[in-house]
Ligand binder design. Sequence first.
Ligand SMILES: *Cc1c(COP(=O)(O)O)cnc(C)c1O
Length: 465
Amino acid sequence: MRYVSTRGQAAPRDFEAVLLAGLAEDGGLFVPETWPELSAAEWRALRGLPYPALAARILGLFGAGAMPLDAMCRDAYAGFGHPAVVPLVQTDHNIFALELFHGPTLAFKDMALQLLGRMFDHVLAKRGERLTIVGATSGDTGSAAIEACRDRAAIDIVILHPEGRTSEVQRRQMTTVLAPNVKNIAVQGDFDACQDLVKAMFNDAPFRAEMHLSAVNSINWARIAAQIPYYVAAALALGAPDRDVAVSVPTGNFGNVLAAWAARRMGLPISGFVIGSNHNDILARFLASNDMTAKPVEPSLSPSMDIQVSSNFERLLFELMGRDATATTDAMTRFRAEGRMPVPDAAWRQATALFRGFTLDDAGTLAEIRRLWTTAGYLADPHTAVGTAAARALPPADPATPVIVAATAHPAKFPDAVERATGIRPPLPARLDDLYEREERFGVLPNDLGAIEAAVRAHARRNAA
Ligand SMILES: *Cc1c(COP(=O)(O)O)cnc(C)c1O
């Protein structure tokens, strides 16, 4: 299996090269040259597999089979807090929450990142190389990246967070990881300052080469690939391929819902997709009126969906435009320059035949959390509540079709919103209940590129030695 860039100017690569590269050198995103497709009999044969075995089978179809996938997947999901890894919980007539939050940091990013950390380590060891991962976080993605990279032999990781501006749970989920290859830096500045420092490190070519800098951001194809198996698991459990299912996803960068679309592209009978947004609803506006205009981000109760631009949308756009890399490049270039993406009418119509958008404000989100609790005894986090509300507002054409809702965060990760809505403060799972007693370790540095680079260099040197 080879991968090509959505912009058409990068040389095709195999899975391992795409994993290490992240973004293609022409600025595009890697996609499979051809999609694997399964027959109904082949889908049926996957029923009942334990989740790690199913994940290994699916990833094998995407050319990752040179790695010891079975052992890797077993290892990646062994630490999850539920024996099913991704349990399905019915919350309503024909609505099922697919719980993707039983990993170490209680959010769905763990599903892909736990596997990616192991894949990186394996490929780097084989090549005799090392990497330094740097990232900026306002809270959530930093902890998932740290948990994915901790104790990996060939990886060092440095995460910048704005001093005093993350919640205590978020900070402790990062700073209590005492593995020697992990370094946390509290920057005396805000999140934008952290992000600018990371960009500046990547733009400092000699430093970038010296440190082998890399990122584990959501445009990496391997993250999408690792998110496909849970949609397969849920659909098979609900009767696919002998019955249609629908999917509703609380969406930010479009990575999670793109993985569901990929499962459909592989032949799984998914009749349609609902995209849930908070008031940062560029995708809902696009689907309603072909208006893909970036707007300033406003904070919401579902911060992991507070986005201006959904970076993975480029992969769908490429498919909608018949894999025309020139047209994709043109649309993306104009979007960057003008803040509005010109999507041809035919492509937009195709999108609206499969995807529907739904916007929920903070008041609606609290009302949905309350409703789930009073009607079903189900405690949902604000992101998941956007997904269940979207599923109810836009049901499938055939009412017999079950809807799978991606439940993307544990309610204890957003205890303030859940308590406001229900009066109940959800406790952390037992494996995390000593989080407030654990030792923390982090450096505090000024918002200064020289100081940050020196700290990254010292960290990477010490571990490489
Ligand atoms: C990242 C995230 C999302 C958005 O997922 P995308 O793949 O970016 O669309 C939704 N909910 C939670 C809790 C997240 O962490």
